[in-house]
Design a protein around this ligand. Sequence first.
Ligand SMILES: CC(C)(COP(=O)(O)OP(=O)(O)OC[C@H]1O[C@@H](n2cnc3c(N)ncnc32)[C@H](O)[C@@H]1OP(=O)(O)O)[C@@H](O)C(=O)NCCC(=O)NCCS
Length: 228
Amino acid sequence: MNITIGNEYQADPHAGEIKIRLENEDDRYPVEVLTREAFWNLYRPGCDEHYTAHVIRSHEDFLPDLTFVAEVDMQIVGSIMFTRSWVIDELGKKVETATFGPLCVHPAWQRRGVGSALIEHARKLAAQKGYPAILILGDPHNYCRHGFRTGKDMGVSMLDGRYPLGLLVLELRPGFFASGQPWKLQTSAAYEFETAQVEAYDARFPPKEKKFQYSQELFSMLVRAVVE
Ligand SMILES: CC(C)(COP(=O)(O)OP(=O)(O)OC[C@H]1O[C@@H](n2cnc3c(N)ncnc32)[C@H](O)[C@@H]1OP(=O)(O)O)[C@@H](O)C(=O)NCCC(=O)NCCS
């Protein structure tokens, strides 16, 4: 696969169309390299999202039919990966929903519509497959323009009853959340792992310097913020 790593990777202003296609087995390492580049030092010194990508693929909750790469001129420049999640009502009724993460675009290709194209493509497919909603934990800045709304306004909390700022809901089946009945989101256990496992896995990749960036401070505020 023709993907260049790190600073050598230059966006070509004459590049062709963005092509979205399903991720296949050959894409696995290039996608992890891309994911590491996109997240490195963004939310913490280093990152764990490339390990997340690695572990969710073999997890029972992985949704390969909704996991896409974006290609420009045969180079993978973006990735969106999905797992199943659930919303649970007060009577214990559990409805399967879809959750994405990691979502990333190579830094050289950001702000050109690749991320939006991945979200829109996956949204259409998830709706066709009958999922009532996509629920994520992410930065609202990236998602509100795609129609995501705060969990608080949709009546969806985390299992512990909190409404984190990052809990975002995109209704696919119109009116699914309209009754106002409360739901709780259960995300996949695929996202739960130990830091030591990340460190060991990261050693397989070329060395990269871990350092502080102010985006980490913003992220630490985001993950603690709740909606009243
Ligand atoms: C978040 C992320 C996936 C978005 O991907 P992207 O390809 O940059 O997204 P888009 O280009 O569709 O949109 C990003 C911005 O560029 C703007 N944009 C899109 N096409 C553009 C163009 N041709 N010219 C100028 N701006 C453009 C969008 O309006 C949007 O603006 P906004 O930030 O003011 O809302 C990407 O920035 C990324 O990988 N970040 C690091 C990893 C990460 O944080 N992932 C999400 C975890 S919550």
